[in-house]
Design a protein around this ligand. Structure first.
Ligand SMILES: *[C@@H]1O[C@H](CO)[C@@H](O)[C@H](O)[C@H]1NC(C)=O
Ligand SMILES: *[C@@H]1O[C@H](CO)[C@@H](O)[C@H](O)[C@H]1NC(C)=O
Ligand SMILES: *[C@@H]1O[C@H](CO)[C@@H](O)[C@H](O)[C@H]1NC(C)=O
Ligand SMILES: *[C@@H]1O[C@H](CO)[C@@H](O)[C@H](O)[C@H]1NC(C)=O
Length: 595
């Protein structure tokens, strides 16, 4: 049998019946009655109950019960039993969480509930979950304004006391936001048949680029070819100090949540499994057609019962309600990933990529004390037959997404992808064995994309550094320019172009993105050996899609210094043609790094 691999099928899934686990009615709240706020400093209109808890100033504090926090009661009579029966917060402004033994406690909006498994206190409120703690479950979000920091409390470690900016949308962000999880940049990785040596090469190359982990995309968790490849990758990662986590490809409908625990337990003990606060990270492509309750009962609870609390950041873009009310619908999720927002919408009009879905999800994550994993990608090109042929804008999508990440400051970032040759957005190695049995090689083989790594490495450094908020702060690693040139080898006017979905969005441009150490450089762009653009460079990121791609060779860019010397250049190795000479209408990019 030839190698099998998972190709992401885009736009073909409709979400089937969605069952909702969210009750439509809640018990009526009694004013001033409910669980107390866990905070060392009590906000205005509240009073301290001692034990770093606060009740509304008009309520009475009731001492803690076993594993519980102080209750707030409207009168001096003990209402603890009523609060246990119908848990709520004593103030509607606070968010209700459940922690140790499922006991309730309340936090100000913007903070995260955390608890020690089996601990004697229901939970605490923090900006970042301290080591040894688990993130609590958010039951309902309060109406209060998000707070920006948590005052020191004796029960949290110093790592939990960092301040954070609660609001992080474009309009309100003035600087970088520290997050509840350590910043990381992952690369999406399509699991396919491979050799041990190829696994070592991918792992060491991705580590050299600066990635923190591969998100291993698989729709198969039983067949020998998949288990063998995953095994090679974990062995390589263990050996070379890289990390991996699973991203289950649910779009194939070949994995059910209840099959995941036994599979995952085979890998979560590996040194190379990526964890957040000691919890193994798990992601998906799709799976929003499966109800929250099925994810909870089939996947999360069985693992938790075995002492493994997965940190679940799925992409449920196939859910019919996407992206609204994400965390109240999917209480199983600890974060959210948005695959589709990496590219402009498909269609017939040329547009820049929008970050409105990213902003929406980031806001929801901040409000719920959860995290947002933001996608970055170059473009898409797929040519596998009718219905499986498409283009998604890529002229300058990659640098535009870099800018959007630095503007929004998400918690985590995932590059789509390291090796998906089928969809064209690979930046890593091309291994024929991973795509055997397909015709992907007809358009990907020989189209090397590693030139994009010159841009990705400094971007990762800038994002993880935490202080860069714009492209001008993405700097080259040394004293000279880095960057790349990319163009298609077929004009959009080729007669075969209309076989490609969204071909109307393609442009005949020579594209570049260059990182300059200072101003004073000029970027010159040539097609068919003719100058089609000349641009004064600025420090950091410079990019353009320059119209004027023409038939022939001589596609190149030059970086010229103020003395008029060419200090770096990138020259395409492939000619541009007006028509395709065979059945492959190849819109893949020729990508060349500066040297
Ligand atoms: C503070 O916590 C301790 C230990 O959980 C408990 O015994 C005590 O009653 C609490 N005090 C108040 C005022 O709730
Ligand atoms: C566990 O992982 C190893 C590779 O590390 C693989 O060979 C084995 O088949 C896996 N077992 C299961 C049940 O997935
Ligand atoms: C995309 O953004 C660039 C830079 O802001 C702008 O010049 C261009 O007009 C935009 N293109 C479209 C189609 O909106
Ligand atoms: C199609 O033509 C291109 C350009 O001449 C060539 O590089 C490629 O190998 C050809 N593909 C096939 C499948 O013949």
């Amino acid at each position: 049998m030839g190698a099998l691999r998972s190709f992401v099928i885009l736009g073909t899934l409709v979400s089937p019946a969605l069952s909702t686990a969210v009750p439509l009615t809640r018990p009526r709240a009694v004013a001033g009655q409910g669980w107390s706020l866990q905070s060392g400093t009590c906000p205005a209109d509240t009073k301290s109950c001692g034990n770093e808890s606060c009740c509304p100033s008009t309520s009475n504090c009731q001492a803690t019960g076993n594993g519980e926090v102080e209750a707030c009661c409207p009168t001096t009579s003990n209402c603890r039993g009523s609060v246990e029966g119908a848990p709520s917060c004593a103030s509607a402004a606070w968010s209700l969480w459940t922690g140790s033994f499922g006991n309730g406690f309340c936090c100000e909006v913007g903070l995260t509930g955390a608890f020690v498994n089996g601990g004697s206190v229901a939970g605490i409120c923090v900006t970042s979950v301290p080591s040894g703690y688990s993130m609590a479950s958010l039951v309902s979000k309060g109406t209060g304004t998000p707070v920006t920091s948590t005052p020191p409390t004796s029960s949290t470690s110093s790592s939990a006391q960092t301040t954070t900016k609660a609001s992080s949308t474009k309009s309100t962000t003035s600087g970088p936001t520290s997050t509840t999880v350590p910043r990381a940049v992952f690369a999406h990785y399509m699991v396919g048949s491979m050799t041990a040596a190829e696994a070592v090469q991918d792992v060491t190359d991705a580590k050299a680029v600066g990635f923190d982990a591969f998100a291993l995309n698989t729709h198969d968790i039983t067949d020998p070819w998949a288990l063998e490849a995953i095994g090679y990758l974990f062995d390589a990662a263990d050996q070379y100090g890289f990390k991996l986590f699973m991203s289950f490809d649910m779009s194939w409908h070949t994995i059910s949540p209840s099959q995941i625990p036994s599979f995952l337990l085979n890998y979560t003990s590996r040194a190379s499994y990526y964890t957040i606060s000691g919890r193994p990270l798990v992601s998906t492509y799709d799976g929003g057609f499966i109800a929250n309750s099925d994810w909870l009962l089939g996947f999360k609870q069985p693992l938790t019962a075995q002492g493994i609390n997965p940190y679940f950041i799925p992409n449920f873009g196939d859910w019919s309600g996407w992206p609204s009310n994400f965390f109240s619908t999917y209480t199983v999720a600890d974060g959210v990933f948005s695959w589709e927002s990496a590219w402009p919408a498909p269609g017939t009009t040329i547009s820049n990529v929008s970050d409105s879905v990213d902003q929406n999800l980031l806001q929801q994550a901040r409000a719920a004390g959860k995290v947002f994993l933001m996608p970055v990608s170059s473009f898409q090109f797929k040519y596998l037959g009718p219905g499986q042929d498409w283009y998604r804008i890529g002229e300058v999508n990659l640098p535009q997404r870099f800018e959007q990440v630095l503007d929004l400051q998400p918690d985590l970032v995932e590059l789509i992808t390291w090796n998906d040759a089928g969809e064209g957005h690979y930046i890593g190695n091309f291994f024929q064995g991973q795509i055997d049995g397909s015709t992907i090689g007809n358009y990907a083989n020989g189209f090397d994309h590693t030139g994009w790594q010159q841009l990705v490495s400094p971007f990762i450094r800038a994002y993880k550094g935490g202080t860069a908020t714009s492209g001008s702060q993405i700097l080259p690693p040394g004293s000279g320019p880095v960057g790349s040139l990319w163009y298609r080898t077929l004009l959009t006017s080729a007669s075969c172009s209309s076989t490609i979905q969204n071909y109307q969005q393609g442009q005949d441009t020579v594209n570049f993105a260059v990182l300059l150490p200072s101003s004073g450089y000029t970027i010159k762009v040539y097609s068919n050996n003719g100058l089609i653009g000349s641009f004064a460079g600025t420090v950091g990121l410079n990019y353009r899609a320059v119209p004027g791609l023409s038939v022939g060779g001589g596609q190149y860019i030059q970086i010229v210094n103020s003395a008029g010397s060419v200090v770096a250049s990138a020259t395409g190795t492939k000619q541009v043609a007006a028509q395709s000479s065979n059945a492959t209408c190849n819109w893949n990019y020729e990508v060349v790094g500066l040297s």
